[in-house]
Design a protein around this ligand. Structure first.
Ligand SMILES: *[C@@H]1O[C@H](CO)[C@@H](O)[C@H](O)[C@H]1NC(C)=O
Ligand SMILES: *[C@@H]1O[C@H](CO)[C@@H](O)[C@H](O)[C@H]1NC(C)=O
Ligand SMILES: *[C@@H]1O[C@H](CO)[C@@H](O)[C@H](O)[C@H]1NC(C)=O
Length: 255
């Protein structure tokens, strides 16, 4: 209840703030959120083909890295990547590929199954954060215009061919169709807070405010702003990016 209220308060406050921003600087990417939501529905659908399937939550740092670097540079540094056609149809397209994989490729021998992890990383159960960027077809593949980075797992663990009674191991708890070991925020919430922080930084620069936190603590509307600040800190502490060190080029899956 308190969480729900907090989210409503945060949303209203952030919506006000984001609406006040100019259209191209609001940093709130509804298209990308819908796409991530689509990937989470798939993860949900594939939960019976894997263990400990976790929800993906949008992450600003991963988005920034995806925006700034090329696919090949990121691949050679061992980043876990998935590419999609576009934000509108991309999730469906990846779903079709995964279904094809389960139907067509599963009866084949291990050696005949050369899977590109860039079409399956979003089904890797142990990934928990994702950030995407628009790219050109030339940078990716013909027909593909979206690239996402996922973290923190360095290894691809693919869905098994046959479904089984999915379970949550090692301290993971089954919650809303996912296995979770913590109370993860959702992507909308994280992106709202990120967009607000961006806005606050912008205001701080424009108004030459050296310490934005003091403005947040001002007692004019203490309840709201303090709640927001606490929520922001909570989210920051929850998210840790680990840069992968191992590159698994092809499927090292257990079938
Ligand atoms: C998105 O990609 C699909 C193919 O998967 C294509 O048919 C559609 O026109 C694209 N939509 C946009 C808005 O580019
Ligand atoms: C990833 O895979 C490699 C090689 O199979 C293995 O040695 C390593 O322990 C794995 N790492 C994690 C975090 O599972
Ligand atoms: C999928 O997993 C759930 C939860 O363990 C279980 O209730 C259900 O029977 C499983 N479905 C299949 C097809 O194995």
């Amino acid at each position: 209840m308190l969480k729900k209220m907090m989210f409503i308060v945060i949303s209203i406050f952030l919506l006000e703030s984001i609406n006040a921003a100019t259209p191209n600087s609001n940093n709130f990417d509804r298209e990308q959120l819908n796409f991530i939501n689509g990937l989470n529905i798939q993860r949900h659908n594939f939960a019976n083909h894997t263990v400990n399937m976790q929800k993906l939550v949008w992450n600003k740092e991963l988005q920034d890295i995806a925006e700034q670097h090329s696919l090949s540079a990121l691949q050679s540094n061992g980043w876990r990547i998935v590419v999609a056609t576009n934000y509108t149809n991309g999730a469906q397209n990846l779903y079709d590929i995964a279904i094809w994989f389960l139907k067509d490729s599963c009866p084949k021998n291990e050696e005949d199954r050369h899977l590109e992890s860039k079409f399956f990383e979003h089904l890797n159960p142990l990934q928990t954060i994702i950030g995407c960027a628009k790219k050109t077809e030339n940078e990716l593949l013909k027909g593909y215009t979206v690239m996402c980075l996922l973290s923190p797992s360095v290894n691809l663990s693919l869905p098994s061919c046959a479904p089984f009674k999915s379970s949550c191991a090692n301290g993971f708890e089954y919650k809303d169709g996912f296995c979770s070991n913590s109370d993860l925020p959702d992507s909308d919430q994280v992106m709202f807070i990120s967009a607000l922080n961006e806005k606050r930084r912008q205001i701080a620069t424009e108004q030459h405010i050296a310490n934005m936190y003091e403005m947040v603590s001002r007692k004019s509307t203490p309840g709201r702003l303090e709640t927001l600040y606490i929520a922001t800190m909570m989210v920051r502490n929850l998210i840790q990016i680990r840069k992968p060190q191992v590159v698994a080029k092809h499927c090292s899956c257990e079938m």
